[in-house]
Design a protein around this ligand. Structure first.
Ligand code: MEV
Length: 325
């Protein structure tokens, strides 16, 4: 066992396929390298302490809103037979919480990695995702696993629940994604049950929307590989339309999408669960991205990020950080 170890993970952005992914349709998500979580665990003389932005104190006293994290940590303590190992767990997160950037999954991934590094045990990706899911099930009810899969990846992924989780090729040399935080908490479990209720109550309306979101993701995969940013923008607008009809957008997110499109975006949509959280807009070049970002801030975005893809070499594994805040 080490005296001190760290685990890291990333924010995620779902580009295509939120909600429909829960029903077996494909999704495309990308890790955002500069927006990360680091968990550091170190030996102390007594007890199990945790420090994070919501809580500072003994792990036993973690409250209901952090039940997922508490359950994950006690599972890890049991897994390593570490009831008598005193430690301090510090979690530093650059992710805004509950904004569709996968904050809880990223936290869980970083914690699991820190524990395995601390106890000097190799961790497979499969094990990592299963363990992170302990937290996600409690926090989100019925997670597809997409958030954890992206938070633990250093590549954009193509994801089908319980089936496929693979790196995709894409080539977008000049365009950028603008990410804008509405400042409104996204409500993942509420949004997931809202969609579920719509499917149960009005299958004739909701099921075609889910199917269409799935086929959009299929088309987007080809558009990403061929650098067809105009088509990608159009697919983002179509996704927003479908998500809005499923009931998971709101007035602020709709306004952000309109403002982005009025300021030269190729397309815009909510990302993540919706009902708050973030909007993403595709910009043809850096100048447009700056204009969209400024317009979104004027429209009330609490934070914006510009993710350029210029130097990304996703297919070789050499991801360069191009995030500009
Ligand atoms: C939440 O970030 C994404 C959803 O598709 C739910 C999930 O995949 O578990 C809304």
């Amino acid at each position: 066992m080490k005296n001190k170890a760290t685990g890291k993970s990333y924010a995620k952005i779902i580009w295509f396929g939120e909600h429909s992914v829960v029903y077996g349709k494909p999704a495309i998500a990308i890790p955002i390298y500069s927006v990360d979580v680091t968990a550091t665990i170190q030996k102390i003389t007594d007890g199990h302490q945790i420090h994070c932005r919501y809580f500072d104190g003994p792990i036993d006293e973690l409250e209901e809103n952090l039940l997922g994290v508490k359950t994950l940590i006690s599972h890890l303590i049991n897994l390593f037979g570490a009831q008598n190992v005193a430690f301090d767990l510090d979690i530093q997160s650059k992710l805004p919480a509950e904004r569709g950037m996968g904050s809880s999954a990223a936290t869980a991934i970083a914690i699991v990695r820190a524990f395995f590094a601390f106890f000097e045990v190799n961790l497979t990706r499969d094990q990592l995702l299963k363990l992170a899911n302990i937290e996600e099930k409690i926090t989100h009810g019925n997670p597809s696993g997409l958030d954890s899969a992206t938070a633990s990846s250093n590549m954009p992924i193509w994801f089908i629940k319980n089936e496929i989780n693979e790196q995709i090729d894409f080539n977008l040399p000049t365009s950028s994604l603008v990410i804008a935080d509405s400042g409104i908490k996204g409500k993942t479990s509420e949004a997931v049950s809202l969609v579920h209720n719509n499917i149960v109550d009005e299958p004739e309306n909701a099921e075609p929307l889910i199917d269409h979101l799935g086929s959009i993701a299929e088309t987007a995969r080809d558009a990403l590989a061929t650098a067809d940013d105009e088509l990608l923008g159009e697919l983002m607008n179509q996704s927003q339309h479908d998500l809005s009809r499923l009931g998971v957008s709101n007035r602020t997110l709709d306004t952000f999408c309109r403002v982005a499109n009025d300021n030269h975006a190729l397309g815009a949509k909510l990302t993540g669960s919706g009902l708050g959280g973030c909007v993403i807009a595709l910009a043809k070049n850096q100048a447009d991205a700056q204009q969209i970002s400024t317009a979104l801030r004027k429209a009330g975005a609490t934070q914006t990020w510009i993710q350029s893809f210029k130097n990304y070499q996703f297919s070789t594994g050499e991801a360069h950080d191009n995030l500009v805040r």
